[in-house]
Structure formats: structure tokens, C-alpha cells
Ligand binder design. Structure first.
Ligand code: MEV
Length: 313
């Protein structure tokens, strides 16, 4: 018997990094997905095959001995089959670029948790999310949980660590153009650098958290009014806060400058230090924004919001 699940990637629209310290973030799922197929095997091993590599290990291998980005799959499989006389074969198919802030690892954790757990029980979305966050913590201990949450439920949502998520019901009519710096980053490393910045600059960081919270309230209002120009202004303002905490670089700044030319605003999305930026457009300036990036030889594509979230087959 095979079990199959797929989960979308994500874009953090507002509030990355600050969300780790309790500030609300706004994020959405995107129409790029990861699919995971899990199958029980007689051989009592756990094997994972994906476009970023392979892993094959005996059951009960200590996690500290595993140095692979596929570790979350191993964690999930080993936890779930602990009391079963079986092994597991996992196949991962992805159309989300990895390591660039678009939620590929969270989507892996969510689709992995669903596909593996559903070989044995009818797990709910809530149970799957809990497992996915535990799995994500094997590679990134300090996660806010925001990414796995949006990959599970889809749509556009506000999220904070204390209260979890609330879906934003308005269906915004904006488009997002994603440009990829093709500089891979480790979210864990960039989050650790921001922590250092915070520890050296406690007062400035707490002022920035307050400003970010106010900005997010303004965005929620603008979203209700479908005021794309105002949302674009907030995108530009949010980028200034991200510049202050040191997660930008010259290449990202150049991309943001190009993105701003044709669109309502552009900013880093996700951990930064590399990865992607997005430009906020409507139907009218979408093509021109894509053209600006392409003319400057940047890898770019437009995405739509995914309203489905986790899907199981
Ligand atoms: C990474 O996509 C988003 C961060 O805010 C980390 C997190 O929320 O766990 C940088």
C-alpha cells in the first residue's frame, strides 16, 4: 500500500525574523508543490530518494549521527514505525527550488508527515502539523512554526507563535513575482545571526519589533480594503527593517531596486542572506516586472496563492 501527500511552498509577505520573537507575520502558500510517496517495506530500513539526494538507514539510528537535509523524513518515519515490524521507502518529488526561502523544507515536513502517518492512521491536519514542526526542528531548532502552518492550511494568513494562525478571508487581487538570487542560505544560520544582532542591540531590536507590529496592523487594514498601493508601501517599509537587522546584501539590494521599478514594492522573503525576493504587482504591471528581472539576467517567475494547502491521496 502506498500513501501520497503534497504540500505547497510559501512566501512570507511580512514579518519574517520578527515572528521568531513573537511579532505577528503575514504569509501565503504558493502554487508550487512537493509531493511525497511513502510505502511500507519488508526490509526494516528507512530510505528516502529525492532530487537533493538519497538516504538509507537502519531503524533507530541516533539523529545526532545523521548529517543530511533529508533528516526530517528519517525522524518522521522512525517515530511513526517504531512499534511496527516494517521499513519505509519514501520518494520526494519537488517543484519548489530548495534552500531559497520558498518553504521547500517545510513543505517536505508537512507532506512527509502526512504521507508517512497516513500509512497507519487517519491523522488530522492538526496532528500532521504537530509532527511536521517536530521534524523541522531536527534541522532548525528555533523555528517559529509559521512556515509549516501555512504549508498545511494554505491560503493567506496571519500567524504568531502564541496564538497560531488566523486565515485572512479577503482574496487579494495581487500577483507576486519571485526573483531568485540563487544564493542558497541556511535559515538556521541567518536566524542565529539575527539573534546575535538582537543581543548586541536590544533597544533597537525591540523598537523594530514594535514598528513591525504596527506595520502589520496597517497591512491587515489595507488587505481588507484591497488597497494594493498601500500594501506596496508597506512592503518597501518592511524591507527597510530587514536591512537594519543585517539579512540583506548587494545582490538582493540590486534585485529589489529592479523589482521596485515596475511594481508596487519589493522585499526579501524568508530568512534572507541569499534566497529570494518578491515584487508585488497587479495584472497591469506583472509582465513589465518580469521583463525587468529578465533583462537584468535574474531568474524569476510569477506565483499565485494556493488555497488548498496539504492534499492527501
Ligand atoms: C523563514 O522562512 C522565516 C523565519 O522567520 C524563521 C521562522 O519563522 O521560523 C526567518
Amino acid at each position: 500500500m502506498k500513501s501520497k501527500a503534497s504540500a505547497p511552498g510559501k512566501v512570507i509577505l511580512f514579518g519574517e525574523h520578527f515572528v521568531v520573537y513573537g511579532v505577528k507575520a503575514i504569509l501565503c502558500a504558493i502554487d508550487k508543490r512537493i509531493t511525497v510517496i511513502a510505502e511500507k517495506t519488508k526490509e526494516r530500513k528507512i530510505s528516502v530518494k529525492s532530487n537533493i539526494g538519497r538516504l538509507e538507514l537502519e531503524k533507530n539510528t541516533p539523529l545526532s549521527e545523521i548529517n543530511s537535509p533529508l533528516k526530517p523524513f528519517y525522524y518522521l518515519a522512525n517515530k511513526i514505525i517504531r512499534n511496527h515490524e516494517t521499513g519505509i521507502k519514501i520518494i520526494v518529488e519537488s517543484n519548489i527550488p530548495s534552500g531559497v526561502g520558498l518553504g521547500s523544507s517545510s513543505a517536505c515536513c508537512v507532506a512527509g508527515a502526512a504521507a508517512i502517518s497516513r500509512l497507519f492512521a487517519d491523522t488530522t491536519r492538526e496532528q500532521i502539523l504537530k509532527l511536521a514542526i517536530e521534524a523541522e526542528k531536527t534541522i532548525f531548532q528555533n523555528t517559529s512554526g509559521a512556515d509549516c502552518t501555512v504549508c498545511t492550511y494554505g491560503g493567506i494568513m496571519e500567524y504568531d507563535k502564541k496564538n497560531g494562525f488566523t486565515k485572512i478571508e479577503s482574496q487579494p487581487n495581487f500577483h507576486l513575482v519571485i526573483a531568485n538570487s540563487n544564493i542558497e542560505h541556511s535559515t538556521e544560520t541567518v536566524v542565529a545571526e539575527v539573534k546575535k544582532f538582537k543581543e548586541k542591540n536590544e533597544v533597537e531590536f525591540s523598537t523594530l519589533c514594535k514598528s513591525e507590529s504596527e506595520l502589520i496592523e496597517g497591512v491587515l487594514k489595507a488587505l481588507k480594503e484591497n488597497n494594493i498601493k498601500e500594501i506596496g508601501n508597506k512592503v518597501i517599509q518592511n524591507q527597510q527593517y530587514l536591512e537594519k537587522i543585517g539579512i540583506s546584501n548587494n545582490k538582493l539590494r540590486d534585485m529589489i531596486k529592479i523589482g521596485k521599478n515596475g511594481s508596487f514594492g519589493a522585499k526579501i522573503t524568508g530568512a534572507g542572506g541569499g534566497g529570494c525576493i518578491f515584487a508585488l504587482t497587479d495584472k497591469l504591471n506583472l509582465d513589465n516586472t518580469v521583463k525587468q528581472f529578465k533583462d537584468n539576467n535574474y531568474d524569476c517567475f510569477s506565483v499565485r496563492i494556493d488555497f488548498k494547502g496539504l492534499d492527501t491521496f
